[in-house]
Design a protein around this ligand. Structure first.
Ligand code: GLN
Length: 258
């Protein structure tokens, strides 16, 4: 009787232990399967928001989305591309998320859902350093203006080309656009204020900012419209947590200083 008692206890324990083990494995397996890896579109020629250093992605946007993903327990993979390709890639279901110094606009809101704003930017006019005749956008009549495809800067130039009497040339990335003005091939360019001021502070591009900011663009993180409400909620919750716990300020400080 005593022997049988011990034996059955052993048996029961073995069953409990093995049941626990297999449950754990099953849960891990299910979690693995349900852990979708979200593809995040980034514009990697856009410091201080995103750039590549060796094989690493760096910048405010990169660190923010990494921290949000960690806080909200989801996985991401970066897809670098020209800014102008990001929204089309989202619409073609090749991307789930975009964080690319992307300004929140009414036009874009028709095709993507934006997170709460995470950065105040705004457009500005940039000319060659030795240009003394251009003090604002109103001095550009008859001149050629360089812009980057698909950006709010490009839209501003196109929408105002008649009124300002300007000719607009488009480039795929910001460095190519900067070069065009530094070379004297275009009179001015339009870029986001924090991006061009960071670029000028980093190295002498032979460029300077003129006039006031042209608008009050704010950056948002985009997900495909109407299809990713859970993910959008996680992004907004994560962003709020990073703002609360000081991570957001830390990230900004790393790239922009005090
Ligand atoms: N903020 C601008 C826009 O959303 C430019 C973004 C960029 O060039 N990466 O259009």
């Amino acid at each position: 009787m005593k022997k049988l008692g011990l034996f059955s206890m052993f048996l029961i324990l073995t069953i409990i232990i093995s049941a626990c083990g297999s449950n754990d494995e099953k849960n891990a397996g299910e979690k693995e399967k349900s852990q979708k890896v979200y593809k995040v579109g980034v514009d990697t020629t856009y410091p201080p928001f995103e750039f590549k250093e060796g094989n690493d992605y760096k910048g405010i946007d990169i660190e923010l989305i990494n921290a949000i993903a960690k806080d909200q327990d989801f996985k991401i993979k970066f897809s670098p591309m020209d800014f102008g390709g990001i929204i089309p890639a989202m619409q073609a279901n090749q991307l789930d998320v975009a964080i690319a110094g992307m300004s929140i606009t009414e036009e874009r809101k028709k095709v993507v859902d934006f997170s709460t704003p995470y950065f105040d930017a705004g457009l500005t006019v940039v000319v060659k350093k030795d240009n003394t005749s251009t003090k604002s956008v109103d001095d550009l009549k008859g001149k050629t203006i360089a812009v980057k495809k698909g950006t709010t800067g490009a839209k501003y130039a196109q929408d105002n080309s008649k009124k300002l009497g300007i000719k607009v040339v488009q480039f795929n990335d910001s460095p190519a656009m900067f070069q065009e003005v530094a070379n004297g091939n275009a009179e001015a360019l339009i870029e986001d204020y924090p991006v061009i001021s960071y670029a000028i502070a980093q190295k002498d591009l032979g460029l300077k900012i003129v006039g006031d900011r042209l608008n009050g663009d704010q950056y948002g993180i985009a997900v495909l419209k109407g299809q990713n409400q859970d993910l959008l909620k996680k992004i907004n919750d994560g962003l709020a947590n990073l703002k609360k716990d000081g991570t957001y300020d830390e990230i900004l400080k790393t790239y922009l200083g005090e």
